[in-house]
Design a protein around this ligand. Structure first.
Ligand code: ATP
Length: 237
């Protein structure tokens, strides 16, 4: 089993405020790994530190065996580390198809643009039906499909998604998770930050529980889900 992504003792924060206090975690190839924890635990900051949107103050990020700690988000995206950020950040005035094309910015992704767009439309027929519609006029669920689709257009080796289910009806969240599972079955490696702890632990392979900027517990998701103390202490469910 190979580790595609590895964080070792990562510390970082904003200005003078430290948020992560030594986060060590790894993401195995072709698995769905999830980060769960209360609001403010540092989940989003961990994703940003992996991507380099926030620079790690200490520690290392290794991707495919290389130390990428100091690379820019753009350089990391070119290597196949792709983040679907919280809040989606779509281009509201551009069409669905244009938003998807914007996702294929690296040379590698541009070479596979036609195949990838076909794949995204096959995964999300709703996007195909609405390909000329402006992103800003889509429903919340459709916007989330588009955000995931745009991430896929970047041809990820690891697809990271911050808050897949936020604001979505349970049935839609479940359907999106189903699509991710299908992508995983086809070989994609996935790292999720997820507020919906039940869904995340039910569908992922491995989980890290973050609290106060540290990993408190880790383990196969089904074990973490069964641990009453963990759920009460860190997850509030
Ligand atoms: P949530 O689920 O609420 O997004 P989280 O676990 O993702 O929580 P982070 O967003 O990583 O947590 O936030 C961790 C801490 O960092 C919080 O105390 C938050 O206020 C702070 N923080 C996050 N973003 C910024 C920022 N841009 N500037 C300053 N502080 C920030």
């Amino acid at each position: 089993m190979s580790r595609v992504l590895e964080l070792t003792d990562v510390e970082t924060g904003y200005g003078e405020v430290q948020v992560l206090w030594g986060v060590t975690l790894s993401v195995e190839e072709n698995k769905m790994t999830t980060l769960v924890g209360a609001n403010g635990a540092g989940k989003t900051t961990t994703m940003r530190a992996i991507m380099g949107v926030v620079k790690p103050w200490k520690g290392t990020v290794r991707f495919l065996g290389e130390d990428v700690t100091q690379l820019t988000p753009h350089e990391k995206a070119q290597l196949g580390l792709v983040l679907v950020p919280e809040g989606r950040q779509l281009f509201a005035d551009l069409s669905v198809a244009e938003n998807l094309e914007m996702g294929a910015y690296s040379p590698r992704a541009r070479n596979n643009l036609d195949a990838n767009i076909k794949k995204v439309y096959e995964l999300f027929p709703r996007l195909f039906e609405r390909k000329k519609q402006k992103a800003g006029t889509l429903s919340g669920g459709e916007q989330q499909m588009l955000a995931v689709g745009r991430g896929l257009m970047a041809d990820p080796v690891v697809l990271m998604i911050d808050e897949l289910s936020l604001g979505l009806a349970p049935v839609l969240a479940q359907s999106l998770f189903g699509t991710l599972k299908r992508l995983k079955d086809e070989g994609l490696t996935i790292l999720l930050v997820e507020q919906n702890v039940h869904l995340a632990l039910a569908l992922s392979d491995y989980a890290y529980v973050l609290a106060e900027g540290r990993v408190k517990i880790e383990g196969p998701s089904h074990q973490v889900a069964r641990d009453d103390e963990v759920r009460e202490a860190y997850l509030g469910v």
